[in-house]
Design a protein around this ligand. Structure first.
Ligand SMILES: O=C(O)CCC(=O)C(=O)O
Length: 265
């Protein structure tokens, strides 16, 4: 991601400033607090200069051209198609996890499939470092081979759905240190997470997710309560409303009539 990382970093810092300026308008939601621009905040650690800290910055393909361009990077797409096959779409609109300095949030070990379980193999994530990322500021930890364990039981944690820390302590995971622009590719059931940022500078990462063009969510949630609710275990019809932009290959029509680019809608 080296060709894009400086421009994405600038967009990230601009959005962080915007989000903090909107903090007095934040509304309470089950996951924390959300500012009008869509950034998610968590409670700040004790001794912090304010009572809330940034968790998920609202950076996405609609507000950052550099982020959108980077999702189509040829080398990245080549890695992804070697894993998923030729017909691949974007899943979600890009994501940015932002750990503030001096105590920024941990993301407890978890499988992404707890948040979005899929019909087939599910999305491959490409998590990208924006700054030098190490044991002090919140390197990504992964449990190698854990994608073969199937779907594990998650509980509610400070950072939303996570694995029980007694069964899955950090010692079971290995950290991946890296430089700005380094990309880590991992399966939707790979156990991963990251610890607090103890450095004096922010530690952002940005994430692209890719899935087979015919794959779709069957169960989703952010808490044990909303994961268990009604519109779950969606059937094949769910794909009609879950089509992402194609990054590779072709999606044949499913025969459903819908407005296209000649209507302007
Ligand atoms: O911010 C991080 O390092 C972890 C992000 C993560 O685990 C996730 O988005 O699923």
């Amino acid at each position: 991601m080296k060709p894009y990382v400086d421009a994405i970093h600038r967009d990230i810092e601009q959005l962080a400033t915007e989000s903090l300026a909107q903090l007095d308008q934040a509304v309470k939601i089950p996951e924390g607090w959300c500012t009008p621009n869509g950034t998610l905040f968590l409670p700040a650690p004790p001794g912090y200069s304010r009572d809330k800290q940034i968790m998920v910055l609202a950076l996405n393909y609609r507000n950052s051209g550099a982020l959108f361009r980077s999702a189509f990077d040829e080398r990245t797409v080549a890695v992804i198609t070697s894993i998923l096959g030729p017909d691949v779409e974007l899943f979600m609109e890009g994501q940015c996890l932002y750990k503030e300095p001096v105590g920024g949030h941990p993301k407890h070990l978890h499988q992404d499939a707890a948040y979005f379980e899929h019909r087939y193999d599910g999305p491959v994530a490409s998590l990208n470092y924006v700054v030098e990322t190490n044991l002090e500021n919140g390197a990504l930890y992964v449990v190698p081979g854990s994608h073969r364990l199937g779907m594990l039981k998650h509980i509610d944690t400070f950072s939303h759905l996570g694995l029980d820390g007694k069964e899955w302590p950090w010692e079971r995971a290995v950290p991946i240190v890296g430089k700005p622009g380094d990309a880590i590719f991992f399966h939707v059931k790979t156990i991963h997470g990251s610890q607090q940022n103890h450095s004096t500078k922010p530690r952002p990462v940005f994430i692209h997710r890719y899935r087979r063009a015919d794959d779709y969510i069957v169960v989703s949630g952010t808490t044990t309560e909303n994961r268990g609710q009604a519109d779950q275990h969606l059937g094949d019809a769910a794909k009609a409303s879950q089509k992402g932009f194609m990054v590779s290959g072709f999606r044949p029509s499913d025969g459903e009539m819908r407005p296209t680019n000649w209507t302007g809608r």
